[in-house]
Ligand binder design. Sequence first.
Ligand code: SAM
Length: 260
Amino acid sequence: DTTHFGFRTVKTSEKADKVHDVFSSVAASYDIMNDVMSAGIHRLWKDHFVRSLDPGRKPGGSPQQILDVAGGTGDIAFRMLDNAANLHHDLETSVICADINGDMLREGEKRAHAQGYLPSDRISFKVQDAETLDAIPDNSMDLYTISFGIRNVTRIDKALESAYRVLKPGGVFACLEFSKVSPAPLDALYQMYSFSIIPMMGQLVAGDRDSYQYLVESIKKFPSQDEFAQMVRNAGFLTAGRGYEELTFGVSSIWKGIKP
Ligand code: SAM
């Protein structure tokens, strides 16, 4: 175990160690690299992801408790608070931004202060492993999100089991992640881009080729859209249709499930 600026960081296995080191070394450059690598498109995907979930108090309903797992520097959490405030005049819905890496959360907390989300009760930052979520009670969350995080988790089935545990019945699981590109010629171009250009940009912009090499390899290893949808169902969630929506030719996809 290590401590970074008051956030305790938990390490559990070789993959977890690697993932921890990657995100500690990219934490400071993470936001700018996202923009550089995706030409800003990750912002559109995240906007669409949050908009499709429409977090916040609905007429006659209550404020929501939201858990954003692998929340990193807060991109999804901030968008959810904005959606609740701007579209539902709701300043009571709250988000826990949970991540295994204290360095990423520290960047998130800095941004939350800079952008006026802190100090308040609307957002909190917690070091948590997606596999266990040991500080989060059973049946306590209305919405669980994980954006570009699940592929970094060592035991994905454990993370899905924990998502199911912490959600209230009727609660929503939503995952945004890189996925498989089609048709095949486009995939060939995408593979070329990701395996040659992204590590090079990592070197140029962040002085860190290896971390960005890891990131593209982890994308390649992640299951297909249908395989991951089946894992979501195996964890007990109900899905509509095939269980996912593809964005930008499958470069990313959104999977959703409901806890019955
Ligand atoms: N959700 C943010 C976004 O969409 O920009 C950050 C995504 S970043 C690519 C992946 C995050 O997953 C990192 O902050 C990393 O520390 C976190 N992570 C990796 N393994 C984790 C685990 N087992 N539990 C919780 N977070 C984890």
